[in-house]
Design a protein around this ligand. Sequence first.
Ligand SMILES: NC(=O)C1=CN([C@@H]2O[C@H](COP(=O)(O)OP(=O)(O)OC[C@H]3O[C@@H](n4cnc5c(N)ncnc54)[C@H](OP(=O)(O)O)[C@@H]3O)[C@@H](O)[C@H]2O)C=CC1
Ligand SMILES: N[C@@H](CC=O)C(=O)O
Length: 426
Amino acid sequence: MTTTIEVGMLGLGTVGSGVVERLTRSAAKIEQTQGIRLHLAAVAVNHLNAPRTVQLPIGTRLTDSLTNVVCDRKIQLVIEVMGTVATAKKAIVAALNQGKAVVTANKDLIATAGPELAALAKKQGCDLFYEASVAGGIPILRTLTDSYVTDNVQAVSGIINGTANYMLSAMATGQSYEQALATAQATGYAEADPTNDVAGIDAAYKLMILSRFAFGQELSLPQIAPTGITHLSASVCRLAAENGWQIKLLAQIQRHGSGLYCRVAPVAVPVDQPLSQINGVQNAVAVQSEAIGTSLYTGPGAGSTATANSVLNDVLVAAKHLINGYRMIRNQKRSVSLTVTRFDQLPQTYLGIGPVAPEAVKYYANEADFSVKTIADDCYQITGLSAVKRKKLRANLPLTLIPIAGTTDWKQVTENSITSPINVAI
Ligand SMILES: NC(=O)C1=CN([C@@H]2O[C@H](COP(=O)(O)OP(=O)(O)OC[C@H]3O[C@@H](n4cnc5c(N)ncnc54)[C@H](OP(=O)(O)O)[C@@H]3O)[C@@H](O)[C@H]2O)C=CC1
Ligand SMILES: N[C@@H](CC=O)C(=O)O
């Protein structure tokens, strides 16, 4: 027996077009294997007459009115893939208030208003799913929800912005920042306005969502204070690569006792570490946990098809719940309140790249009491840099300072606090 679910969608851009394309291709398979027919009743867009790369199924209504979709009584499930915060929130609230299930890819909204929307969904007995909001095609939220129930996550470390990773990979092979960004935009990886991608804000939003799922801890953007990739040049990326490091925009959270340590920043990852080998639009999330140890989840982090696949998987779970009359908010862990500290407040080893003579760096190292090793012309490894020393160094020498992955002295950190040390390798 096949049951039809009436679906409405907001947005028909990169992700929305992918949803239509995947839905059309896999309709027969979905019907055969799941007994569900997903009928795309209506799609809302901003510019009704703009040219489209995808053809809507016969009978699907195209409208420029969001209300026309979210208030359509027949529609049981709304897919929000238009982006924006205020407008999307209003539309999702309206859909939930009418008892519709909602699937969204909107990390900006879920990071900032997730708990509020989840509470409304719970009150209304509706599903609210957002797998595509973190790491595009990688089913990381469902994995954290389903596969770590009896486990205890200690650390999450990931490359979770496809645009930045695409750009850094291209820059390491010599492409300019501008060329790399233009290609990321043309391929649909970047946001409509790419500021959040290159400023680390998109990765920070995704880390905020991961933190809920991994630890039950709410994080705010100011707590993370992300550093993006706008200050990096192709020559810095290339010099690091030639000397054994790949610069990656890493998003990290680690728990040590009652403390949670976080970072979103470019980090020099030694080439023998798996995260250094994640290139282009690929994303990766390394999860360190008590029972499993380290697991690495990789896949495309952006782009039409992969993101649409995550959206459609959510749609199918919600559709099954609608059919069975069973609704459940599969969501983050019980909330906790940990003390949040940024990695950059802790002493660690940095890669220093810039046009500075070794004598000048050594002189300054003696003055400010840290140790330095010359790696190559204009490339130094600087050990024991506290936040204060780093600030002074930056003010005095034209070096781009990039933390080296895995160089925080956690033993010292935990000795100085009441927390207990955990041996976290990532
Ligand atoms: N691109 C990607 O790889 C990924 C994107 N996401 C998220 O998915 C969402 C969509 O991204 P993406 O597809 O790239 O965005 P696009 O900019 O490609 O598409 C946005 C779509 O939404 C429509 N839209 C915008 N505002 C309105 C409005 N007020 N009313 C009706 N329609 C509107 C636009 O209409 P029109 O076409 O007429 O202008 C367009 O069709 C975002 O939240 C993004 O962060 C998540 C994971 C990956
Ligand atoms: N702009 C984002 C899209 C997916 O979330 C990215 O580049 O990762």
